[in-house]
Write a protein that binds this ligand. Structure first.
Ligand code: SF4
Length: 451
């Protein structure tokens, strides 16, 4: 059970020295009890007290780190059941499954899809983060598959899916430098599996036939003093998987039971039974309901566009507006004759508008004022995207020294600001742009052709 602030306070040095950043040891203890601060922030705590408190005050769900270098990912570490309570912490990751019984052409096609689907949306790179390599029965072919995928140039982290201990041992030798996940601990092999992964602290995927069995097995593995785990809630049916996934999170966070305090892996490729539309629908569901790694059959653009979009929405902190930096942006190598556009600092708006300007290939400057991180109409209605705000941003941006053009294009949705801006920016030609970003390329090309 979680400790109360006073329990923690009894173990502090009671110096009230403020070295932890809090005015008193009691204030610090209350923050530790709420999970907002780690006990290690007090440099004067005795080793004995730290040992007593570390486990009891640790987050209810562990954060597991897997992969290496640019392909290192944190999983789990969640603190709430619902996104409206507080932001979710570590976004779910997508994996594509490979197995040694696949034809070479299928393996090659999946590798190519993973390479092809890589793009930036609202400042975040979207790509397949994991490949799951599944062992069926032929060890030599499995080893060949691992070598083939590893040498394919994919930038991913790895999941070895294998319940055969000797085969897993051999597979790990090939890939353990990549800090993979070794998935396949069950009630019969878990001791050998823990022995295999313990020295390198490799994350161990745990599976069982039922929720109760998974709980018992996880307890058994914890008794072996191994807690670098990822739990599989099962993939027999959508109903059971959904119930199990929700129960695991509830038991962990509401029941404050650390036995289920681990990230999860869900084999949606098995649940969807080859139906790619079902796979996308299930991925959407389990992005919201607690899948840490979602394993799919493939990742092409048809799957990626809806899935990465919803993931970005779910894992964005609702308390923080998604903003880009205020200032001046040069697009398509803007020069001293390029027109100037203005839009708001809401990240989604900026990236959509800048994407369309880039698509037009017309060199242009973009001025971004501080509009509160809202969309065009919302910030205008809130009085944060007014003529004086835009004029001020234009003057401070220094764009008047960068271009001789005095054409300022404002969003069509705030055409009403034209008159005010003409008064605020004498000498500028205020032009009302398009109401929808998709029409920007045509608009800009015509503007340049007529100038
Ligand atoms: S650093 Fe430690 S001793 Fe000092 S005020 Fe904070 S909790 Fe108390």
């Amino acid at each position: 059970m979680a400790l109360k602030g006073l329990d923690i306070f009894k173990l502090t040095p009671k110096k009230n020295c403020k070295d932890c950043g809090f005015p008193t040891c009691l204030a610090f203890s209350m923050k530790v009890a709420s999970g907002a601060v780690e006990i290690g922030k007090c440099p004067h705590m005795s080793a004995e007290s730290i040992e007593k408190l570390s486990e009891a005050t640790a987050p209810l769900m562990k954060t597991i780190t897997v992969g290496k270098g640019d392909n290192e990912y944190k999983l789990g570490g969640e603190t709430v059941l619902f996104r409206h309570e507080k932001t979710f912490v570590n976004r779910n990751r997508f994996a594509v499954i490979f197995s040694e019984d696949m034809e070479n052409s299928e393996v090659d096609a999946k590798i190519q899809h993973i390479k092809d689907v890589k793009y930036v949306r609202i400042g975040e790179e979207m790509k397949t983060e994991f490949v799951a390599l599944k062992y069926i029965s032929d060890k030599d072919k499995y080893v060949s598959l691992i070598n083939k995928v590893k040498s394919s140039g994919l930038e991913v982290a790895y999941i070895l899916v294998c319940e055969d201990v000797p085969v897993m041992k051999e597979a790990l030798e090939l890939i353990k430098d990549e800090n993979p996940i070794a998935y396949g601990a069950n009630k019969d092999n878990f001791k050998e599996m823990v022995d295999l992964v313990k020295n390198d602290n490799i994350a161990l995927g745990v599976k069982a036939d039922s929720l109760e069995d998974l709980y018992t097995l996880t307890e058994e593995i914890q008794k072996l003093d191994y807690k670098n785990l990822i739990l599989d809630p099962g993939s027999k049916s959508v109903k059971e998987t959904f119930e199990n996934t929700v129960q695991i999170r509830r038991i962990n966070l509401q029941g404050q039971d650390r036995t289920f305090g681990y990230p999860s892996i869900l084999f949606l490729n098995e649940l969807a039974k080859g139906d790619k539309f079902q796979e996308v629908a299930l991925s959407t569901l389990f992005t919201m309901k607690y899948g840490s790694i979602l394993v799919l059959n493939d990742m092409d653009y048809c799957r990626a566009l809806p899935l990465y979009g919803i993931r970005q929405n779910i894992f964005t902190d609702p308390q923080k507006p998604m903003k880009v930096e205020v200032g001046l942006y040069s697009l398509n190598n803007a020069n001293d004759a390029s027109p100037v556009l203005c839009t708001v600092d809401f990240a989604l708006t900026y990236f959509v508008v800048s994407g369309e300007i880039e698509r037009s290939k017309v060199p242009a400057w973009v001025v971004i004022p501080d509009a509160g991180g809202y969309s065009v109409l919302t910030s205008w209605a809130a009085g944060k995207f007014t003529g004086s705000v835009i004029a001020d941003a234009v003057k401070k941006s220094g764009v008047e020294e960068k271009t001789k053009s005095r054409t300022l294009i404002i969003p069509g949705k705030v055409a009403v600001l034209k008159g005010e801006l003409e008064e605020e920016l004498p000498g500028w030609n205020i032009t009302v742009g398009t109401s929808e970003a998709m029409y920007i390329p045509k608009f800009l090309k015509e503007l340049v052709a007529n100038s």
